[in-house]
Write a protein of this length. Structure first.
Ligand SMILES: [Zn+2]
Length: 78
């Protein structure tokens, strides 16, 4: 039998996998040594969770706001 199939009950892992670059990391690290991104705790599949990315959301919101201002500026401003 293949050992690659996931067992849902096996939630004890010795390592976690980076969700960005799939490098194996020790459970205690908070930052991937390969791609330098922040990683969270291990989930039941052995992947590290992605921490909430506030700067990413902020940039997305600012980009949306900038687009609204651009549209307003281009079409409605006299
Ligand atoms: Zn990584």
């Amino acid at each position: 039998m293949s050992a690659k199939s996931y067992s849902p009950s096996a939630n004890v892992h010795m390592t976690k996998k980076c969700p960005y670059c799939y490098a194996y990391l020790p459970l205690t690290v908070r930052r991937c040594h390969a791609c330098k991104k922040r990683v969270g705790d291990v989930d039941k599949l052995g992947f590290a969770s992605k921490p909430f990315d506030w700067p990413g959301y902020l940039i997305a919101i600012l980009a949306a706001a900038a687009l609204c201002i651009f549209v307003w500026w281009g079409f409605f401003k006299e």
